[in-house]
Design a protein around this ligand. Structure first.
Ligand code: AKG
Length: 337
């Protein structure tokens, strides 16, 4: 049986500090490197982690759910976030660079994804399948791992299969309950995780997710050096821990829990994420002295992950996400001709 989501937070390693909409977090920019002052910064009233009942299924024609059959999550139901949380409204590219990119601090920007109205239209389930269902994609239990098999299918077959399975009550994947380590109750399903080549028909429309504060921070010369990835999957799917250059992750529909590890504590994994969580690896790594932060991302939110931060992600609801890897000024310096 799918476990209760987001109610399984076993660690409390940072206290929440209220930050008003659009206000700057405390001057962590003075301290270089991860962590200093970065954890637990919250927008007022958000991220308290309190769970309430009353969750309801979204219907196919629900505009904000896009027909993906996820549960409605109110603001009060949002799970906690251990990294800085800021409002998109107060975020200029200068501030983004100064407070997050240069000091290499992750940040969750509430409603920070750009082009959301258009992306919700493009990626609403029925329309997406109707217009782009014939596109071939690779799906696998474990994206980002060369040793596991991916299979090729079409968007239509993949989406129809998992949504039908969910509607029939046969969840293709399940969200593990990390409070009951090794209970073996979670199962993993296939995840669509596709890096789109520049000539791919979805490359340009999905690139719309990148907000001005990010693209201005990158600068024009490096703007096209972006990898754009599409990630779609049912609850329980996601990516195991891995690391790469900085990434901007937008969630169009759904709900995700991220696990973030600063570069010195980053790990790499090849297990389905549901198993990794169920076996208690976040807590095991913490017990071994590694820092593992958690952050719930809701639809519309953008998560910035700095260069070489380890990260893993678990889909708590059927999720449709776009990720772009970017060249920060530091990487531009390293790779300049
Ligand atoms: O599954 C996702 O949403 C993103 C996966 C990821 O970790 C990445 O794109 O780097």
């Amino acid at each position: 049986m799918p476990a209760q989501i987001a109610a399984d937070r076993g660690h409390v390693d940072c206290a929440a500090t209220a930050v008003g909409e659009g206000e700057s977090p405390p001057a962590a920019s003075a301290g270089v490197g991860y962590g200093e002052g970065s954890e637990g910064l919250e927008l007022g009233g958000e991220g308290g982690g309190e769970q309430s009942g009353g969750r309801e299924e979204r219907s196919d024609d629900s505009e904000d759910g896009g027909g993906w059959r996820g549960a409605v999550v109110s603001e009060a139901e949002r799970g906690p976030c251990d990294v800085a949380v800021v409002a998109a409204a107060g975020l200029s590219s200068a501030r983004f660079l100064r407070e997050f990119v240069d000091p290499e601090r992750p940040v969750l920007v509430r409603n920070g994804s750009a082009g959301l109205a258009g992306l919700r239209q493009l990626l609403a389930r029925e329309r997406f399948v109707e217009r782009h269902g014939a596109l071939r994609v690779r799906v696998s239990h474990v994206p980002y791992h060369d040793g596991t098999m991916a299979r090729e299918t079409t968007i239509a077959d993949f989406v129809t299969d998992f949504v039908t399975a969910m509607a029939d009550g046969g969840m293709p994947g399940e969200v593990p309950d990390s409070t009951t380590s090794n209970s073996g109750s979670s199962s993993s399903a296939d995840y669509l995780f596709e890096a789109l080549a520049p000539n791919h028909p979805l490359h340009e429309p999905l690139s719309a997710h990148l907000p001005g504060f990010v693209s201005d921070a990158i600068g024009t010369e490096w703007r096209d050096e972006r990898k754009v990835q599409l990630a779609v999957g049912p609850p329980g799917t996601g990516a195991p821990p891995h690391l790469h250059k900085a990434a901007v992750n937008s969630l169009v529909f759904g709900r995700k829990r991220w696990y973030l590890m600063p570069p010195r504590d980053a790990v790499y994994g090849a297990q389905p994420i549901a198993q990794w969580v169920e076996e208690g690896w976040p807590e095991r790594h913490r017990s071994a002295g590694r820092k593992v932060l958690e952050c719930e991302q809701n639809a519309g939110d953008l998560l910035y992950i700095p260069d070489f931060w380890g990260h893993a992600v678990l889909n708590l609801e059927p999720s449709v996400a776009i990720a772009s890897e970017i060249h920060t000024p530091r990487m531009q310096f390293m790779f300049r001709g």
